[in-house]
Design a protein around this ligand. Structure first.
Ligand SMILES: [Zn+2]
Length: 211
């Protein structure tokens, strides 16, 4: 005769009270814009929302292509409704952030058309658990020789630590012409720049337009 094991009983009890069980996102609400403006934890994921207002400039320069390094070359990803980046695939958004992001987590972005005419992009990835690392990397864009990389354990320092490490790696890369010069082919990499356009030096602002 089947019996309910102690372990099954304990698990079933535990399932009654999981955090974020009632998470739902109403895209047109101010609450969603505020809560998910950066990233917000939901269960085992973190969720972000980026709203795009047609016509009205957000103050940011328009993003260019999303590039990935795959099959040993730089490939522009197609402009699509859903984009998935498996873990550790280096990716870069032109004019958005000036490095190759290498994430231990898989990332997913979903493009949404809202009823009020705006578009939104929903970003999904795994919650930064202990040991999870993010990297800010630069490759020679001619021959893909690795040039420099900063690394942070996001699972330990959280998102504020992530953003600090991003700026630190960018400063280190920019401070040393030798780091930016490919030891294989001699190509000189443009300066890096962070996600925060408002922090750009004049030289970084120029680099942001380039790549
Ligand atoms: Zn090179």
């Amino acid at each position: 005769m089947a019996v309910l094991s102690k372990e099954s009983y304990a698990l079933m009890r535990q399932c009654l009270n999981l955090p974020a069980a009632l998470a739902a996102v109403e895209l047109l609400s101010n609450e969603a814009e505020l809560r998910y403006g950066s990233f917000y934890p939901v269960g085992d994921m973190i969720v972000g929302l980026r709203y795009h207002k047609p016509g009205k400039g957000s103050g940011r320069k328009a993003f260019g292509r999303t590039l990935k390094i795959a099959d040993g070359r730089i490939i522009p990803t197609p402009y699509a409704d859903v984009n998935i980046t498996p873990s550790r695939v280096p990716h870069h958004v032109e004019h958005g952030f000036g490095y190759w992001h290498i994430n231990d987590e898989q990332e997913m972005s979903i493009r949404l058309q809202l009823e009020d005419g705006r578009r939104a992009t929903m970003l999904l990835e795994g919650f930064p658990q202990a040991g999870r690392k993010d990297r800010f990397a630069w490759y020679c864009m001619r021959c893909l020789t690795p040039l420099y990389m900063g690394e942070i354990e996001t699972g330990r320092v959280g998102l504020p630590g992530f953003w600090l490490a991003e700026e630190k790696a960018t400063l280190e890369f920019n401070a040393d012409l030798q780091l930016r010069t490919c030891r294989e082919c001699g190509w000189q990499h443009p300066l890096g720049y962070s996600w925060f356009e408002a922090h750009d030096t004049p030289e970084q602002a120029t680099a942001r337009l380039k790549w």
